[in-house]
Design a protein around this ligand. Structure first.
Ligand code: ADP
Length: 522
């Protein structure tokens, strides 16, 4: 009861595999893309920033090289002429454009060119932080700083701006003469990083959508057959006799294998249930007769038989006979059930056929002195061995010889022969009794089947011997067959696969090592 409620809870609690799977995929992809994007963004940003810093530093260095040649404190009067050759000439009263410029003042021209980058604004301040020169649209502000040179990133209107500060020392007397401040708008860098960010977000969104959709399709494909299987399992759970089976999945994979295995398992389980039902029905039917007989005798005794010693004697004898039959029946039913578990109980048993057949025949001949039981073992080498537990081979021989004796008529002779072919060992039990019709030959191996119920009962038969024999032989991968002519007799043949000497030795060794208990099956 407890387990049922537990299972029910489990059923209702289940959350969709698809939702779980897709969420995990989406989360994993998102996290991976975010990490990947951040790393790529950082690398690109670092490299581009390095380039921008180098560009700013070039301007600052170029300016500094020119300004350091001024020995005095920087001021408009000495900075402007040194930075602009044209200004210097005008101040000297010469023409602004000179042929000499290209050679004499090439450095200054280059300087102007380098600081004329539209992205870069530069300014020169004197020792007191007062502006003495500026170039560009915006004048980068002065801010005191301790180091000789420093870079600073600031954000303006959502854009990153690089500020480079450097002190100017006179190359003549090594004295601090002023400061250079260069601001770099980094237009290229800002637009590159903006585009990169947009692309990454777009790619991430597309990737997440693609992965989520494909994983949904994939998982759906896996979950669909699982749902089918679960539905069938529920149906069979609700009604163990249900014929519900998993339909063919048309996919050559593990799920198809699982579906096939589940179907086979359900078939087997239902066949076991059917067999079990049949067995219980058969058993109760078989037990009913002896119980009814005993009950009848007891009733009779109770009513009027107690005082009649003859009736009393007869009834007690008859009841005892029925009780004995019941005992025999129960033993046979146990044998039948156990015959189905041989694989597990006797995996490594090896038996010498010659010795066993000889022993059983001798024993039965002693019990039935009125019968002539002939043994022909000429074709059987004495060391012939087969894979079977010796008790089971004995049981098989007893069943067949016992039947031959039971169903013999006038000629009380039984022939037992044992022989060998290339791959098999054959044991034949022949009688010259009543024989079995073709129709009955097909049924005699069924449980509780008797050709003539009343007559067999008289002989003490329960119709279980041959079904036990059939199960045993089956378990040892052998065969049992019958040939019979009504009124002339029957011949039952046992066939077992022959095993090599090597295999026999190996099995014996394994058997010595195994500690399985056998007593319960004997
Ligand atoms: P039982 O215990 O009744 O003999 P079995 O399963 O051994 O049960 O046999 C089933 C039936 O097959 C028997 O009831 C009998 O009618 C028939 N049978 C078995 N062996 C022989 C035989 N050697 N000759 C004739 N009939 C046989």
């Amino acid at each position: 009861m407890k387990t049922m409620t537990k299972n029910k809870n489990k059923e209702t609690k289940h959350s969709s595999l698809i939702v779980r799977w897709v969420s995990i995929v989406a989360l994993t992809i998102t996290v991976s893309f975010v990490i990947f994007s951040v790393v790529v963004y950082q690398i690109v940003s670092r490299q581009s920033l390095d380039q921008q810093e180098e560009m700013s530093l070039n301007v600052v260095t170029t300016l500094n090289r020119t300004l350091s040649s001024i020995p005095d404190e920087l001021e408009i009067s000495n900075v402007i002429p040194s930075l602009s050759p044209a200004t210097r000439r005008i101040l000297k009263g010469e023409p602004a454009i000179s042929d000499k410029d290209s050679t004499n003042n090439a450095f200054s021209d280059n300087l102007i060119a380098s600081i004329s980058n539209p992205d870069i604004n530069s300014a020169v301040y004197n020792k007191h932080g007062e502006i003495v020169f500026t170039n560009g649209n915006v004048t980068p502000k002065f801010k005191s700083f301790k180091e000789v040179s420093k870079n600073e990133l600031v954000k303006r209107n959502g854009h990153q701006i690089l500020l480079t500060y450097q002190k100017v020392y006179s190359s003549v007397n090594n004295k601090l003469t002023g400061y250079i401040v260069v601001s770099n708008n980094m237009t290229y860098y800002n637009s590159l990083m903006k585009n990169l960010l947009h692309s990454m977000v777009a790619i991430s969104i597309i990737a997440i959508v693609v992965f989520v959709v494909t994983s949904y399709i994939l998982v759906f494909n896996v979950v669909k057959p699982i749902k089918r299987m679960s539905k069938v399992a529920q149906e069979v759970n609700a009604d163990p006799n249900s014929g519900a089976r998993i339909k063919e999945l048309n996919r050559d994979d593990e799920l198809e294998n699982l579906a096939t295995s589940i179907n086979q398992m359900l078939d087997r389980m239902q066949s076991y249930i059917e067999q079990q039902k049949q067995f219980v029905g058969d058993v109760s039917h078989e037990l009913r007769t002896p119980v009814a007989v005993i009950e009848g005798h007891l009733n009779m005794l109770e009513r009027w038989g107690k005082d009649d010693p003859q009736i009393l004697d007869e009834s007690i004898k008859a009841s005892l006979q029925e009780a004995d039959r019941m005992k025999h029946l129960i033993q046979e039913m146990l044998d039948l059930t156990r015959a189905e578990q041989i694989d597990v109980q006797y995996p490594h048993e090896v038996t010498n056929v010659y010795d066993t057949v000889k022993r059983v025949v001798a024993d039965l001949a002693m019990v039935h002195p009125d019968f002539e039981i002939r043994l022909d073992e000429d074709d059987l080498p004495q060391d012939t061995e087969i894979q079977i537990y010796h008790g089971h081979l004995e049981q098989l021989l007893v069943i067949l010889i016992d039947n031959a004796i039971k169903y013999s008529t006038n000629l009380k002779q039984i022939n037992v022969s044992a022989g060998l072919t290339k791959k098999e060992v054959n044991i034949i039990v022949q009688d010259f009794g009543e024989g079995i019709s073709k129709e009955d030959q097909k049924k005699i191996f069924n449980r509780f089947y008797r050709v003539d119920k009343a007559r067999t009962r008289e002989k003490g038969g329960n119709g279980l011997g041959l079904s036990i024999a059939h199960k045993l032989v089956d378990s040892y991968h052998g065969e049992i067959s019958v040939e019979s002519v009504e009124g002339q007799g029957s011949q039952f043949k046992l066939t077992f696969p022959l095993i090599s000497k090597k295999k026999a030795a190996k099995l014996k060794k394994l058997n010595e090592n195994s500690e399985l208990p056998k007593s319960n099956l004997e």
